[in-house]
Design a protein around this ligand. Structure first.
Ligand SMILES: [Zn+2]
Ligand SMILES: [Zn+2]
Length: 298
């Protein structure tokens, strides 16, 4: 099979990221100078740079694993033609949805994904606020793709396209897209909800490109006109130190597991169960917060 040359699209997008972050920053600063935080933007950018460096390391063995599965266990050989790109668009987005959802619903994965939610601001730079550790294990949610017969280059290219798509939705400057677009695609409005710490918005809209997965699997929540999004975490970490942003939750989960006087299974559960879970039953999960919020409203 002829394998075309496809460069890493993310590297090519970096100048575009820088120009648009500065442009949006200027617009936001002119609108509401007090509301724009340069330190927060720099923290996000440093998380983005760290992510690119960490991914150089993780990708080294992720490429080996994906290629090994493709060479030895593929069920079909999908050629480099247009319909393969349509198939990978949906297949990758499906995997992304579950990787992202589990990134919120299991604390081991949350310890890495929390980075992306750690800003109390929401702008284009937030899109670049990415994990330094997730690249080493989040690929497990994509292992089905080489087995289905997608060439590793197709898989990695689509992963980059998905990441690039999700860049522009991190903005408050776009209120709503046309109705048909909002119905099918992930949009700034849908993704603002995803970054909300309001109980009704917690763990909702995990979509990458298509919002249809959230509608299909019961995690969709539209942005409500009378419920302004409060960005960040239910307990914010209040730091701009990139090292702390990258590792605070890892320290938290290991501390909870190793210092709690409980069974081995419960210690393990600190890594498996959702964020907020406690072995003595006193933990408050996002589902509890949402139920409470709905009860108070009705
Ligand atoms: Zn998320
Ligand atoms: Zn986001």
């Amino acid at each position: 099979m002829a394998v075309p040359q496809i460069p890493n699209l993310i590297y090519y997008a970096i100048p575009f990221f820088i120009v648009t972050v500065i442009f949006e920053g200027l617009v936001l600063y002119r609108k509401q100078p007090k509301n724009y935080n340069v330190k927060d933007t720099f923290a996000s950018l440093s998380m983005g740079i760290g992510n690119v460096i960490a991914n150089l390391l993780s990708k080294f063995f992720v490429v080996i694993i994906i290629s090994y599965l493709y060479e030895n266990y593929k069920l079909a050989t999908l050629p480099f033609v247009w319909w393969t790109w349509i198939l990978i668009l949906f297949a990758d987005d499906f995997c992304y949805y579950w990787a992202h959802r589990i990134g919120h619903e299991s604390r081991f994965f949350w310890a890495s994904h929390i980075v992306h939610h750690s800003s109390q601001k929401y702008n284009l730079s937030t899109a670049l606020r990415q994990t330094w550790t997730g690249g080493f294990f989040s690929f497990i949610f994509y292992l089905i793709l080489p087995i289905l017969g997608f060439h590793p280059l197709i898989i990695f290219t689509q992963m980059s396209i998905s990441l690039l798509y999700q860049y522009w939705i991190h903005t408050e400057l776009i209120h709503k897209m046309p109705k048909w677009f909002e119905a099918v695609f992930n949009t700034p409005s849908h993704h603002r909800v995803h970054h909300g710490s309001n109980p009704i918005y917690l763990d909702r809209n995990h979509a990458g490109i298509f919002i249809i997965w959230d509608k299909l699997f019961g995690t969709f929540q539209p942005e409500l006109e009378n419920e302004k999004v409060i960005y960040g975490l239910t307990s914010n970490i209040n730091t701009f130190n990139p090292i702390k942003i990258a590792f605070l939750e890892w320290i938290g989960v290991f501390k909870d597991a190793f210092t709690s006087k409980t069974s081995f299974i419960n210690k393990l559960n600190y890594f498996i169960k959702p964020p907020g879970w406690k072995h003595d039953g006193t933990g408050i999960l996002s589902d509890d917060l949402r139920k409470e919020w709905l009860k108070n409203r009705s």
